[in-house]
Design a protein around this ligand. Structure first.
Ligand code: ATP
Length: 797
């Protein structure tokens, strides 16, 4: 039992199922649905979302559900037309670029330039207005000389004026593009910050985040800039042409005001449904596109199942939803078009009809009729923005709503229950707590503060679970789990109750238990991905992926993740994950089209490395057989604990020889030979490698990165027992401590202890080997040597 301490502790009362510090997820039992808290936040509504077989999405009116990874979604009722919701969202979306970007002064100047050019376009329009008057006066007076002169002036004005329009449009589009890039980068950063993408996906917090980032941002920046220019143009136009119109005939104003106000009111009335329909259209199109992407990603599984008919039906249903909605949208827009067309055509004659009596009485010249028509048109266009742009405004409102909602979810995740916080500062807002929850929170804070505070990398408060990272070189322990209780978010069932154990260097543990017992959930909790429950976890070290080349604790998920890129990139992920864009592009191309190993790019070929822009030459290798104990290729301490408590030095980038040795150590030598030993070969590895090869690749990454502790979830499930043995032996030889989740009794051989999880009581009603019914969330630890194949199989039922 060396290395594994088990504390016998009295079970504590279960933590209430709520995420006490999240703004988005609220405890269902403690906060009534109609509480003031909720009423204060009408914009953030959640409901259970389910997709029917026909592809349509049903939302159940269940605004509050337990915190955790439960399927949650904001209620999709279409776009909000409530200005009290839209305007604050618009403000939050617009302002950051102009106020917070690094070069906000320069972008403001660029905007000023676009506005100046817009003023220039108004000047050109006014000029044409006067030229037109004189042109038609000369024409009606049959003054050939004056007419020729006006013709020349007109042509000169065109030559000077057109460039102003063209350059305004060019700079406006360029600025919109820069804004889009900045906003996309910012949203992407927030999306990846603290693994928010996982929260969004696991909790289904918003539909189609990819569409929002890729398409909605583009529409938003384009339209926002266009609108601001249009509005400025309208204001300046209004002032300039009002003077002209007033000087011609003041009563024209009366006609214009009645016409514009009446028209605007009617167009709002007729076009109102367009806002919601545009919102739905965006979502339906995104659903259809996502369906196609899923088919591509799961092509083989679908083909094996013969599921093409089903997929086709599902896609057709999604397409039908999009087409149906678009039909309704077309009808609504047709009705609006009827009105706006009448509105547009009527004004062709209205000003002429009003000023005609003046002309007949000889009070004005013929050219003035043309001038008044032009001025009237300008002003009417200015004051009828809503009429003319209603469809665009409707689309824009939908985009503001979708992006605003997305941003709120990202902010909620950042400031909510999963963000890294200083435990000493972790506090709960009055709004989101009830007495019981608060008491528990304070208790956890105290516990967190009792932890050696100096050098703590940070702690995450996740629901009731505190996750703390400490520089992990004390040598005593790699991982401490204290009084951990895990619950299923949706049902509240207890998976693991009051688990306390420590993982010490060199002592490997196998986690076993029936399907659904909570094995993966336990690993998720250690990784900071599971939020439902209570207790504390202390990780003595830096998890992988925080900084390049660093990491003491490595997680290997159940499904190995194969990245886009070269074979080298596969091996370096995630420890040295910086990719050459060209290699990734080539990989993406390989993934979307034909595949087969190809060399990444000519710039990489023959360099013996540098697929990711860094030196990686074989000469740098310390040893081609560097996976035995003491053959470390890492400059940091590896395995076996020990250390000085200071920040670990980043690992040196492995060279070709080390990469090859790692590949051969995990029995991927034949693959390497097949592609001619080219580590920079690019292929659609996810399709090309068998699942077992992908699992071996995952072990190869671990061997290269040499973490102190690796936690693996059924990482050898696709392997034969010989390969399984070789991989575990390689890990042990490299001095890496491991915790594995697995079902196979043969795994017991490679571990020192076995943690048996009993799972949820009554869920399947299984019994242990001794025949007695077990408590929900029960667990026990046994020496692995005592676990014969029969005992293990007995236990697994
Ligand atoms: N996101 C989630 N929301 C709600 N319940 C979940 C979620 N993820 C897992 N669960 C539930 O938690 C329980 C434990 O799941 P877990 O994946 O940890 O089981 P496991 O022991 O690893 O099972 P297996 O051996 O089949 O992989 C299951 O009943 C599962 O349905």
């Amino acid at each position: 039992m060396q290395g594994l301490r088990i504390a016998a502790v009295r079970p504590r009362p279960l933590a209430p199922l709520c995420n006490i510090s999240s703004r988005l997820l609220v405890c269902p039992r403690l906060v009534p649905t109609s509480s003031p808290q909720q009423r204060k936040r009408p914009a953030v509504r959640f409901s259970v979302r389910s997709e029917k077989r026909d592809g349509s999405v049903a939302t159940e009116a269940k605004p509050l559900v337990p915190a955790g990874n439960t399927v949650l979604s904001r209620k999709h009722e279409g776009a909000s037309t409530d200005l009290a919701v839209l305007l604050p969202r618009l403000k939050k979306l617009v302002l950051p670029y102009w106020n917070e970007s690094e070069d906000h002064n320069s972008v403001r100047w660029k905007l000023a330039g676009v506005f100046a050019l817009t003023l220039g376009t108004t000047g050109v329009s006014v000029l044409f207005n006067f030229l037109g008057r004189d042109f038609f006066n000369a024409l009606s007076a049959k003054d050939a000389e004056k007419f020729s002169e006006m013709l020349v002036k007109w042509l000169a004005a065109i030559c000077l004026g057109i460039p102003v329009f063209v350059m305004r449009d060019y700079y406006q589009s360029k600025l919109a593009l820069e804004w889009r890039e900045w906003m996309t980068r910012r949203l992407t950063a927030e999306y990846f910050y603290d693994r928010t993408f996982y929260q969004v996906q696991a909790g289904a917090l918003v539909d189609n985040p990819d569409q929002r980032i890729a398409v909605d941002v583009r529409n938003f920046t384009d339209t926002a800039l266009t609108f601001s220019v249009v509005i400025l143009n309208a204001c300046v136009d209004l002032i300039s042409f009002s003077g002209i119109l007033y000087s011609i005939y003041p009563p024209l104003f009366g006609a214009l005001a009645v016409y514009a106000v009446g028209g605007t009111a009617l167009s709002v009335y007729i076009g109102r449904p367009l806002v919601g329909l545009n919102f739905q259209q965006e979502a339906q199109e995104a659903n259809f596109r996502y369906g196609l992407v899923r088919v591509r990603e799961n092509a083989e599984s679908i083909a094996f199942y013969g599921g093409e008919d089903n997929e086709q039906r599902l896609l057709n249903n999604r397409l039908k939803s999009a087409v149906d909605n678009f039909l309704v949208l077309l009808k609504a827009s047709r009705n609006l078009s009827f009105f706006t067309s009448f509105y547009r055509f009527l004004i062709q004659v209205l000003p002429a009809a009003v000023v005609a009596p003046l002309f007949f009485r000889g009070e004005i010249e013929f050219g003035v009729i043309n001038q008044s028509s032009s001025a009237f048109n300008h002003i009417l266009t200015d004051v009828s923005l809503v009429v003319y742009q209603f469809e665009t405004i409707a689309g824009f409102s939908a985009v503001v709503d979708r992006l605003g909602e997305f941003q709120e979810v990202l902010e909620g995740s950042r400031t909510g229950g999963t963000g890294t916080v200083d435990p000493s500062k972790a506090s709960v807002s009055d709004e989101e707590e009830e007495a019981g929850t608060k008491q528990q929170q304070q208790q956890q804070q105290q516990e967190a503060q009792q932890q050696p505070a100096q050098g703590a990398l940070g702690a995450m408060m996740q629901g009731g679970i505190t996750l703390t990272d400490l520089p992990g070189t004390s040598g005593r322990s790699l991982l401490d789990i204290q009084h951990l209780t895990l619950q299923v978010p949706s049902s509240g069932a207890t998976l693991v109750s009051d688990l306390t154990l420590s993982i010490t260097p060199g002592h490997s543990v196998l986690i076993m238990g029936p399907s659904g017992a909570g094995k993966t959930s336990l690993l998720r909790t250690v990784a900071g991905l599971w939020t439902s429950g209570s207790g504390r976890i202390v990780r003595h070290g830096q998890p992988m992926g925080r900084e390049e080349g660093e990491g003491d604790i490595f997680f290997v998920p159940q499904r190995p993740y194969v990245v886009l890129g070269t074979l080298r990139d596969q091996m370096l992920y995630p420890t040295w994950a910086k990719f050459d864009d060209r290699a990734a592009d080539a990989a993406a191309a390989a993934a979307s089209g034909t595949f087969g190993a190809t060399t990444a790019s000519s710039s990489n070929a023959g360099s013996g490395g540098a697929a990711n822009g860094r030196s990686g030459n074989g000469a740098a290798s310390s040893s081609s057989d560097s996976f035995g104990k003491g053959g470390s290729s890492s400059s940091s301490s590896s395995g076996g604990g020990g250390g000085d408590g200071s920040k670990r030095q980043a690992r040196r980038l492995p060279g070709d020889a080390e990469l090859e040795a790692a590949l051969r150590a995990v029995q991927l030598g034949p693959l390497l030979d097949r592609i001619g030993g080219d580590l920079d070969a690019v292929a659609d590895w996810a399709s090309m490698l068998s699942l077992g090869e992908q699992q071996r690749l995952a072990f190869g990454r671990v061997l290269l990165a040499k973490p102190r502790l690796v936690l693996m979830d059924e990482s050898t499930s696709a392997l034969d027992t010989r390969n399984e043995r070789l991989l575990y032996e390689a890990l042990r030889a490299a001095g890496i401590t491991f915790v594995s989740v697995g079902h196979r009794p043969t795994l017991c051989r490679y571990h020192d202890s076995v943690l048996l999880l009993h799972g949820v009581a009554g869920a399947g009603g299984y019994e242990n080997g001794s025949g007695g019914s077990l408590q929900g969330g029960g667990w026990e630890v046994r020496p692995a040597s005592e676990m014969s194949v029969e005992t293990a199989m007995d236990f697994m039922g």
